[in-house]
Design a protein around this ligand. Sequence first.
Ligand code: GLV
Ligand code: GLV
Length: 380
Amino acid sequence: MTGKNWKVFNPSGARRVVVTKALPGDRWLDILARADARVEYGIETRILSVDEIAAAIGKRCDGAIGQLTESWREALFSALSAAGGAVYSNYAVGHDNVDLDAATQRGIPVGNTPGVLTEATAEMAVALTFAAARRIPEADAYLRSGKYEGWLPTLFLGEMLSRKTVGVIGAGRIGAEYAKMMVEGFKMDLVYFDTNPNPALENHIREFSTFLIAQGEAPVNVTCASDVEEVLQQADVVSLHPPLDETTRHLVDEKRLDLMKKNAVLVNTARGPVVDEAALVVHCKKNPDFRAGLDVFEEEPEMKAGLNTLQNVVVAPHIASATRWTREAMATLAASNVAAIFRGWPVSTDPSRIPEFLEHPAPRAAPSIVNAKELGLPTL
Ligand code: GLV
Ligand code: GLV
């Protein structure tokens, strides 16, 4: 049983679900209650250790919802399995904190929450892009500290991005959305790299270019780069959107930072370890006109030494998906994953159907189970 730092919803539910943090909204609670679950959720703000989560799982637990800050690997999946657990859902689209093999070996389906973070995360990447390029936090601190003596021709000069080149590394849903926002909003050329090229994105941008020409404006170009280096060399702003895995850890390192323009902007809303953060600190010190906008860090909640005091770096505490709509939708999807497995429903494999799961009534299926294929689960 969980203790004083936990709350209980639907105490008479026959199934027991442990949710490591309170989630926003209340639809997720209703979805779990309708699947006859007693829900125990953590109300502490600090990150729980593996031992604390294992203790919460206890002797009997039918399912769990956890956070991207938690290490869901051998230890937790063996605790969940021993407690009779049938399903786990990450409250996140990314699942680098989850050892999928450890779950699959124990027959535990792992859910995630794709699709509903796309626009929120892309909007945050745009916000960080301009906060960095136009030095907004620096200027804000200057004004508040009483240093402003009046308008000056040279005060806080930054970079204009309209009609320049935007670079995107990782052109999945979020990267493609960011690319479109930047190209359509600021008429930038796009150079992108992805191990899976995105022809739909390229086509979209060509159509937009045709529209611009019809308006009597200059066209925009799209280039699918043959490597990461090409993007870094050409772009005035580079936004990172790959998933974190062994192929993308320190994807942007000292050598690659050196390829970037001296006044470029680097944005990371993906995962901290995609950038060698210590190398970035050195690079930003050496190149005062270089700017970075970071929502994620290598060792959250810590920042690497020196980052905290750099004027040319804008930081945010991993809040790219933090809009009320998105976070409630993530809760709905995570709860729906768990409830659907309890009920023996099939798994939806079509990401374009995600919005249906936010409607009433929702499909009788799990919205997204990452290891559905490995487990041979029935699909919708
Ligand atoms: C947030 O970072 C997520 O992966 O959902
Ligand atoms: C974001 O929502 C994604 O699924 O890529």
